[in-house]
Design a protein around this ligand. Structure first.
Ligand code: COA
Ligand code: AMP
Length: 633
């Protein structure tokens, strides 16, 4: 029997009492004066007046409680053929050593540290060491290009950047150091100090006085058993900034606080994911994404679990049995990944033959999020793994699930296509464009009644006005998720689409607006539109359309090569931008708005309604013809 409905009702009846109770799972230096202060911040702040330290809660307190010998992090790296682990006691030593080095480089409470690293243990150590100092980290995903890193350097103004000589992808090396050097040059301004992890596969040269060798510096600090006391911070102080795609080339710096974040994640480990301290939790994501922040690093460590940090892919490292091998080798209890990973595995091993080679007896639950889970992928996983498969829905902005199926409270029946029911903390509603509640089953804008629960972003870094405009203005009193969908009679939520120009490629959130800006920067191009087109593995892939200037001289093939290259060089390989089609004009409304949703439908050969305000319906046939000419229809 699930107690979900009682627990949700308890929260709704008294949210303050609910989170006050949940906060007992955290060590506070000073307890909150007010669990929720509605007069603080933009829409109120959680645990106002409290002081705490996130690193203490993730590391020190487990050692203090006698669990120092428990494995904290397993780094499993098929791309290097290595597996290493750190116990909580060892993790404490490493975090202390790095905190000591960072402090020596001038990092103090409130300063920013950018972490641009591949999936190595040092990335987690860097997050925790920064938190230990009361400083603020900003992890940048390794698949981003130099220009993206530069934007973040300009906005976050880091005192130190922790990076590595290279990343190791199955087919190639990623030259992190070169990208870092380029980014620092593009960013201009004050040059941050850099701490570089030299990896054996490809070492790099260091710039005197700017760059320092991670292993030398941290090694020296380990030798002297450096100790740095955890710096007390306000619960409302930022723990990190995580940049995510918005509607323009300028990413949004989502801010996460210390106190509310710990309370919400700790609650979610037990109640949503149903894991206990000592269990092995594996989030097969990347530390550069919010899933990596919350469920590779903070959630499992706050809860005293063993977390698996996997430097590999679901397929190709070496085969579609990689996930089962990791589960078997490390006795994993719960796995959290994106549906795209399962689609990739299923494509290569449709009968799940490789599963039978491994002992999955410890494995209890598979969690999926990051993009829509199609019913057939969920059914396949259920059938082949014989365990519950739980879809849940959240965003960088929330840091944990807005909806799900809390197995810790007793799982509820799964409805295929739905990422479950609202989690305690979230009063989710579906509104029409005028802010009126729509009946169950009807499509609308999915919003959350304010305040957001603990861990919800209180603002955007350096961009309070943008925060208000992007999230709070359209539906006063609510947080707008920018997702559209519906709620059924039983309260299950169904996420159908984004209402902005964000697309989801292999679980990575990308802005089509940003791609359009890059395309239109080409001197031969007058205008452009980018839409997300369904892809059987990656969920969506970007598809570009461009209109050439009348006086353009280059030939389209050359232009297209340049466009693909410049999106790759500006955003990064992760954009998977490979297809761009010339058209003589774009379909628009009479007021000049490009009809991207209709273009997307055409590109997917789906039915569409002729938009009432369309300027010239004949353009739609031209789009179809252009796609056919490229073999895309
Ligand atoms: N550092 C540097 N480059 C990276 C990178 C990283 N951390 N991650 C991906 N890239 C590069 C890839 O090498 C690839 O480059 P290429 O175009 O030169 O080949 C490009 O970015 C696109 O990567 P991706 O979209 O991930 O495709 P893929 O073909 O490498 O792998 C999947 C496809 C489905 C296996 C992969 O996307 C995956 O494992 N997804 C899991 C989902 C996930 O982690 N989601 C995060 C949110 S939960
Ligand atoms: P990110 O901030 O990168 O985590 O991306 C958040 C967006 O991914 C959401 O706003 C949704 O559009 C999408 N998303 C995340 N989880 C799900 C899910 N379970 N089902 C459907 N869409 C999802």
């Amino acid at each position: 029997m699930s107690v979900y409905r009682q627990v949700y009702a308890t929260w709704k009846a008294d949210p303050v009492a609910f989170w006050e109770e949940a906060a007992k799972g955290i060590d506070w230096i000073k307890k909150a004066d007010r669990v929720f202060n509605p007069d603080s911040g933009i829409y109120g702040r959680w645990f106002d007046g409290a002081t705490c330290n996130t690193c203490w809660n993730c590391v020190d307190r487990h050692v203090k409680a006698g669990d120092g010998n428990r494995v904290a992090i397993v780094h499993d790296s098929p791309v290097t053929g290595q597996v290493n682990s750190l116990t909580y006691a060892e993790l404490l030593e490493h975090v202390n050593a790095l905190a000591y080095v960072l402090r020596g480089m001038g990092v103090k409470r409130g300063d920013r540290v950018i972490i641009y690293m591949p999936m190595v243990t040092e990335a987690l150590v860097a997050m925790l060491a920064t938190a230990r100092l009361g400083a603020i980290h900003s992890v940048v995903f390794g698949g981003f290009a130099a220009a993206e890193l530069a934007t973040r350097i300009v906005d976050a103004e880091p005192k130190v950047i922790v990076s590595a000589s290279c990343g190791i992808e199955p087919t190639h090396l990623v030259d992190y150091k070169k990208l870092l050097d380029e980014a620092i040059e593009i960013a201009g301004g004050e040059t941050p100090k850099c701490l570089i992890l030299q990896r054996e596969r490809q070492r790099c040269s260091l710039i005197p006085l700017r760059d320092f060798d991670y292993l030398d510096e941290v090694g020296a600090a380990l030798d002297v058993k450096a100790y740095v006391a955890c710096v007390p911070v306000a619960a409302t102080d930022p723990l990190y900034i995580l940049y995510t795609s918005g509607t323009t080339g300028q990413p949004k710096g989502v801010v996460r606080d210390n106190g509310g974040h710990m309370v919400a994640l700790k609650w979610s480990m037990e109640n949503h994911y149903g894991v206990a301290p000592g269990d092995v939790f594996w989030a097969a994501s990347d530390v550069g994404w919010v899933v990596g922040h919350s469920y590779i690093c903070y959630g499992p460590l706050l809860h005293g679990c063993t977390t698996v940090l996997y430097e590999g892919k679901p397929v190709g490292t070496p085969d579609a049995g990689a996930f089962w091998r990791v589960i078997d080798d490390h006795r994993v209890n719960a796995l959290f990944t994106a549906p795209t990973a399962f689609r990739a595995i299923r494509k290569q091993d449709p009968d799940g033959k490789l599963i039978g080679r491994y002992d999955l007896s410890t494995f209890r639950t598979l969690f999926l999020a990051g993009e829509r889970s199609d019913a057939s992928t969920i059914r396949w996983a259920e059938e082949k793994l014989g365990c519950p498969v739980i879809d849940h829905w959240w965003q960088t902005e929330t840091g944990w699930a807005m909806s799900g199926n809390p197995v810790g409270l007793g799982a509820l029946p799964v409805k295929y296509g739905s990422p479950g029911l609202p989690m305690p903390g979230y009063d989710i509603q579906v509104l029409d464009d005028d802010g009126r509640t729509v009946p169950p089953g009807d499509l609308g804008n999915i919003v959350v009644k304010l305040p957001l629960p603990p861990s919800g972003t209180p603002t955007l870094w350096n961009a309070e006005a943008r925060f208000r405009k992007a999230y709070l203005e359209d539906f006063p009193g609510y947080y707008a998720t920018s997702d559209a969908g519906f709620m059924d009679e039983d309260g299950y939520i169904f996420i159908m689409a984004r209402t902005d120009d964000v697309i989801n490629v292999a679980g990575h959130r990308l802005s089509t607006g940003q791609m359009e800006e890059i395309i239109t920067a080409h001197p031969d191009i007058a205008e452009a539109a980018v839409v997300g087109r369904t892809d059987e593995t990656k969920g969506q892939l970007p598809l570009g359309f461009y209109v050439m200037n009348d006086n353009a001289t280059s030939d389209p093939e050359e232009i297209e090569r340049e466009l693909v290259k410049s999106v790759r060089e500006t955003i990064g390989a992760v954009a998977s931008f490979r297809t761009v089609v010339p058209v003589s004009r774009l379909p628009k409304t009479r007021s000049g708005k490009i009809l991207r949703a209709t273009m997307q439908k055409i590109a997917e050969d789906a039915d569409y309604k002729l938009p009432a305000a369309i300027e010239d319906p004949a353009v739609l046939d031209e789009i179809k013809t252009a796609l056919k000419a490229r073999g895309l229809l």
